[in-house]
Design a protein around this ligand. Structure first.
Ligand SMILES: NC(=O)c1ccc[n+]([C@@H]2O[C@H](COP(=O)([O-])OP(=O)(O)OC[C@H]3O[C@@H](n4cnc5c(N)ncnc54)[C@H](OP(=O)(O)O)[C@@H]3O)[C@@H](O)[C@H]2O)c1
Length: 345
């Protein structure tokens, strides 16, 4: 079987991540009759254009997974908790984009370029990381080929589609309102997002970090198989529609030159070095949007840390941060003949 022969269900097909999965499936010429779109009862019957075809959204229920080979779950934790295991019982390979399974030790959390081998032991579900963790672990994995990573400090600049369709509409609506002289009314976020930045992504925890910041720490450790790695994150929401950026400072056990860092990053699958300050060339969300690669630039010696490298990255949160990574997990599972749970192979 190759990936284009699988019957795929996109759960959350009317959302930001699910919609992007559909976009990528079309780019890959996945046959329309091998795609099932699922969402909430509210969207049942809704038509979505897929190239020359029109697909009808159905309500995501247990029975809807009959005959499905692979399901991409992008409908939030509640839906995954309710339906993912039931889908597995029906023989479906589940790739979950939400956070509920990520730290479950029985479920692999995978970025194929970094830890594709972890797919081999899946129990029917493979989880995909948070859209900020994915580009970070790719960069760290590339660089640790030069020297072991000792500590990471990262500040994120996260777009509104990272929160979903409703949040992005809020950004656009508030921007229009403010430009027209009106007053923005925050609904999705606690403060207005138009013409503002919020140092607040997900809920605050007792130690002063947010859940999103903890995700970056814990997910990086799990994917990189490095349980001790300190990752201190400050996650910030910015008024950008698509693509997250990150300012990253990495401390190594021994010296890493800028030249070495550029070399290993440019050789790494899925990473492109965009770094020519003399021409004002560096990664930006506007350049990363619609692209599959992580763009990395501003690579320089970090003068505040011994053996430190500082860099900047931008990555399409809906593609490599969500839908693309999920589809690459499917490709990798197909390639390894590992769609079935490890216990059934
Ligand atoms: N956006 C990103 O950059 C990103 C990145 C990585 C991971 N993720 C994860 O992907 C998931 C979806 O995020 P999103 O940003 O795409 O959100 P979104 O734009 O708000 O879309 C949510 C989707 O879930 C569906 N849904 C909601 N309640 C449902 C229910 N009871 N039964 C079935 N479907 C239901 C919605 O369908 P209706 O239209 O019918 O309500 C919609 O299709 C989340 O778990 C998120 O953590 C997102």
């Amino acid at each position: 079987m190759n990936s284009n022969e699988t019957n795929i269900a996109v759960v959350g097909a009317t959302g930001a991540a699910g919609g992007t999965a559909l976009e990528i499936l079309l780019e890959r010429n996945h046959p329309a009759d091998k795609i099932t779109l699922m969402a909430s009862e509210r969207s049942a019957g809704k038509k979505i254009r897929y190239g020359g075809a029109e697909l009808t959204v159905i309500h995501a229920t247990e029975d809807a997974f009959e005959g499905i080979d692979v399901a991409l779950f992008a409908a939030g934790g509640y839906v995954s908790r309710r339906l993912a295991h039931k889908a597995v019982d029906k023989g479906v390979f589940v790739i979950d984009k939400g956070s509920i399974f990520r730290m479950d030790p029985s479920i692999p959390l995978v970025v194929p370029e970094v830890n594709g081998d972890d797919i081999d032991w899946h129990p029917g579900i493979v989880s995909t990381p948070n859209c900020t963790s994915t580009p970070l672990v790719m960069v760290l994995d590339a660089l640790r080929a030069v020297a072991p990573v000792k500590a990471v400090t990262v500040a994120t600049y996260q777009s509104t589609t990272g929160t979903g369709v409703a949040a992005n509409e809020e950004l656009l609506e508030q921007s229009r309102t403010v430009l027209d002289g009106g007053e923005a009314k925050p609904e999705v976020y606690p403060h207005e997002i138009a013409f503002n930045v919020l140092p607040h992504v997900d809920d605050f925890l007792d130690d002063g970090y947010t859940k999103e910041e903890h995700k970056m720490l814990r997910e990086s450790r799990k994917i990189l198989h490095d349980d001790e790695l300190p990752v201190s994150a400050t996650c910030v929401r910015v008024p950008v529609e698509v693509s997250h950026s990150e300012s990253v400072q990495i401390e190594f056990e021994s010296d890493v030159t800028v030249q070495e860092a550029k070399r290993v990053l440019s050789e790494y699958d899925g990473v492109i070095v965009v770094d020519d300050p003399s021409k004002n060339e560096y990664p930006m969300p506007i350049k990363a949007t619609g692209r599959n690669e992580v763009l990395v630039g501003r690579i320089r010696k970090d003068i505040a840390h011994e053996n430190g490298i500082a860099l900047w990255l931008s990555c399409d949160n809906l593609r490599k941060g969500a839908a693309l990574n999920a589809l690459q997990i499917m490709d990798e599972a197909v390639r390894r003949d590992a769609l079935k749970p490890a216990s059934q192979r």
